[in-house]
Design a protein around this ligand. Structure first.
Ligand code: MRU
Length: 322
């Protein structure tokens, strides 16, 4: 993997793109190094794209799907075995359904143009979701978010962060509390950086501070993304989302999930069937034995609404989810 430094812009093609030169490459903004360094990783084979997904050069459910789509186009350009390429990419991370969804989208047409259309459509879905989600905010809303469901995580604009951006543009958002999101700090490194870039007032908090700030009346709503939504509305998202949802229910605060339909898995009836990734314990601590489940499942009854590009969906989700 070659590495080079680029500028700070966050256009979709800066987050992920396919370069059709000789040799061709999937070029990804290296999210592991943000916000300190703006660097790109050029993946010149499917194995390198899969490795970039596994090691979280690119992360966030829709962005993983976009990278996998470019990976399939790269495989076709290089004459790699497409069945093997799909298997390699599908095995890179287990929880976000956007990955197998994107691979299925590419199966009949693994061309660069198809991958670019898939990327463009994900960003358009984000803008539509954000507009729907803005209706959930009132003037002066103080929001809390977890992990990073921004442009970085979606290939552009963002789902939960897109909702925050749309609310801010409409004058409905006062400020955002950003869970730092242990152990990999997607909130403290990526969401805070994105909010800073678009000028939204925010403060990073330790994950363990969320409950006490809710008790003090400092949170009006919680908005998160999702990695996989079962057909009954149970939602897998970054570890810690479930704890937030329980706290929110205790304090009477609504928790909203904002995610495109590429994150909805109607093949799964409820959250118990969602595969939860266990990552290297060394991401938590290498000094003692550790556990590192990367996601948890929030039961549908703790989610006040799920917002997709089609609108705001309320319980019962088995009936309302598109
Ligand atoms: O492990 P990550 O950083 O890929 O986890 C990302 C999340 O949990 C996001 O909240 C989710 O993918 C939604 S992104 C729009």
């Amino acid at each position: 993997m070659a590495v080079s430094v680029v500028s700070r812009e966050l256009e979709p093609e800066r987050i992920a793109r396919l370069e059709e030169g000789d040799p061709p490459a999937v070029v990804l903004l290296d999210q592991r190094r943000l916000p300190d360094e703006i660097a790109e990783v050029a993946c010149r084979s499917v194995a390198e794209v899969a490795d970039a997904i596994r090691t979280m050069v690119v992360r966030g459910a829709p962005a993983i799907g976009v990278a996998a789509a470019y990976g399939m186009a790269l495989a076709a350009l290089r004459g790699e075995d497409l069945v093997e390429a799909e298997r390699t990419l599908a095995a890179s991370r287990p929880t976000a359904v956007n990955l197998p969804w994107a691979l299925a989208q590419m199966r009949d047409d693994p061309t660069p143009e198809r991958a670019r259309v898939l990327h463009r459509e994900e960003v358009e879905r984000c803008r539509r979701m954000a507009a729907h989600a803005a209706a959930l905010f009132r003037p002066g809303t103080r929001a809390l978010t977890h992990c990073n469901a921004g442009g970085l995580a979606t290939g552009g604009y963002g789902s939960a962060v897109g909702a925050l951006r749309a609310a801010w543009e409409r004058g409905l958002l006062e400020r955002v509390l950003v869970d730092e999101t242990r152990p990999l700090l997607q909130g403290a490194r990526l969401t805070a950086w994105e909010l800073e870039t678009v000028g939204i007032p925010h403060a990073v908090i330790a994950d363990s501070a969320a409950g006490s700030l809710m008790a003090r009346g400092e949170v009006d709503l919680i908005v998160t993304g999702a990695d996989r939504i079962a057909s009954n509305g149970d939602t897998a998202n970054k570890i810690g989302t479930y704890s937030l949802a329980v706290l929110a229910a205790h304090h009477g605060i609504p928790l909203y999930v904002v995610a495109p339909t590429s994150t909805v898995d109607h093949a799964i009836p409820d959250g118990s069937a969602i595969p939860i990734e266990e990552r290297d314990p060394a991401e938590v601590t290498s000094r003692f034995p550790a556990r590192n489940p990367a996601f948890d499942v929030t039961p549908a009854e703790l989610i006040a609404a799920i917002v997709t590009e089609h609108g705001v969906h309320r319980p019962p989700y088995a009936e309302s989810l598109p």
